[in-house]
Design a protein around this ligand. Structure first.
Ligand SMILES: *Cc1c(COP(=O)(O)O)cnc(C)c1O
Length: 428
């Protein structure tokens, strides 16, 4: 399988090259040349997540031998992804049982291990630099923790992220370097971009970034939708194929869902559930794409005004087919809180605000079809919103409470390229 750029003027490359490059030379996102059909998945009650994931991922990755790919997949997916029933018709695919309690763990862990595999063979070393306003940094830090031959530098704005997010990034040590920048998130992003233009660094170090558009993050996400659809068939053998309602920001998770459907997973259709950042629902209903500045909401990991993975969806189906196949709906902050309250009162389940956006939209699915909503984060990550919605707190799982007890280790730097250069070169 080769990967091509959505822009279409870069050569097709194998998985390895797309993984290391992130973006294609023409600036486009990489997509698989075609979607391999995965034949009717064995829905046996004892099939495990790693096995299903391997079947889904393997056709995309022909440059890693099967046994090596199997061990990458099983060491990435060390936590369960249960499908639980929320209401008569709505099911949650719980993706928040990983180390940072959000679905981004899945992609980060697979990407880290795939990079590690190639670096080992090529006897190379890699420095990974990433700017974060909170959640991406902790998923990347945990995903890459302990991977040989990779050093990770996580740049975050000092004093501008939550204590919890900071503890999750700064207490790992080892190959994870937390860099506390005296500045804003935009400063951190600018420094990451400048790193790639600084010859003093690029001539001495192999360097890459780990943003959400990497194919290494997308593929394992396709796998868990296969898994979710198969679990539904097991739990409810006579049910119709589900509608998949995906809480969406940058649309990586939705792209993975559309790929799973395109490969033959039992999914009737997909829906994009957004917060007030409604560029995608508007595009789907009007055909006009109007990107804009993001607005901040309670479901802040979905505050995206110009979702980059939309390019992948348009490339997959073309605008007309995309608008025919995909529905979108936007949910206000008030309705998000209301959904958290209503779900809690009816079921006792506490939703995080992102998942609540999805559940709100899932309630509009006709009762003849079941709906699956990927539960993208654990509610304990958003104590303030939870408190506001249900006037209670949720117990903090050990993964979070343990991080709060550990000692913070970070390097504090000025928001200048000299400081970053010195830091990156110090460890070589
Ligand atoms: C990143 C994130 C999303 C949005 O996912 P995309 O793939 O960017 O659409 C939703 N929920 C949570 C909790 C997230 O961290």
């Amino acid at each position: 399988m080769k990967f091509v750029s959505v822009v279409g003027s870069s050569p097709a490359v194998p998985f390895r090259d797309a993984l290391f490059a992130g973006l294609a030379p023409d600036g486009g996102l990489y997509v698989p040349e075609h979607l391999p059909p995965v034949h009717q998945m064995r829905v046996s009650p004892d099939a495990d997540l790693s096995g299903v994931a391997l079947d889904v991922i393997a056709p995309f990755v022909d440059d890693i031998p099967g046994d090596a790919l199997a061990s990458i997949v099983s060491s990435a997916l060390t936590f369960p992804v249960p499908l639980t029933r929320l209401t008569e018709n709505i099911f949650l695919l719980e993706l928040f049982h990983g180390p940072t309690l959000a679905f981004k763990d899945v992609g980060a862990r697979f990407m880290a291990r795939a990079l590690g595999y190639f670096l080992e063979r090529e006897e190379e070393h890699l420095s990974l630099i990433v700017a974060t306003s909170g959640d991406t940094g902790s998923a990347v830090a945990h995903g890459f923790f302990g991977i040989p031959r990779i050093d990770v530098y996580v740049l975050y704005p000092s004093g501008k992220i939550s204590a919890l997010q900071e503890q999750q990034m700064t207490t790992l040590g080892g190959n994870i370097h937390a860099v506390e920048v005296d500045g804003t998130f935009d400063d951190c992003q600018r420094l990451v971009k400048e790193t790639f233009r600084t010859r003093a660094i690029t001539s001495r170090k192999r360097i890459t970034t780990a943003n959400s558009i990497n194919v290494g993050r997308l593929l394992p996400q396709v796998a868990y939708y296969y898994w979710g659809a198969a679990q539904l068939q097991l739990q409810r053998p006579k049910t119709d194929a589900p509608v998949l309602v995906v809480p969406s920001g940058n649309l990586g998770n939705l792209t993975a869902a559309m790929y799973a459907r395109g490969m033959g997973a039992e999914i009737t259709r997909c829906m994009a559930a957004t917060n007030a950042n409604d560029v995608v629902p508007r595009f789907l209903s009007t055909g006009q794409l109007e990107t804009r500045q993001s607005i901040s909401t309670y479901s802040n990991a979905m505050d995206v005004g110009n979702p980059s993975n939309l390019a992948r969806l348009r490339h997959l189906l073309g605008d007309d087919q995309l608008r025919a196949d995909l529905r979108g709906m936007s949910v206000t902050d008030e309705d998000t809180l209301d959904e958290m309250r209503r779900t809690f009162e009816q079921t006792g389940v506490v939703l995080d605000p992102h998942t609540a956006v999805g559940v709100r939209v899932a309630r509009s699915v006709p009762a003849t079809s079941p709906a699956i909503v990927p539960a993208t984060a654990h509610p304990a990550k958003f104590p303030d919103v939870v408190q506001r919605a249900i006037a209670q707190s949720v117990p903090v799982p050990p993964a979070l409470s343990d991080a709060m007890k550990k000692k913070k280790r970070s390097v504090r730097v000025k928001a200048s390229m000299e400081a970053i250069t010195e830091l990156l070169l110090a460890s070589s």
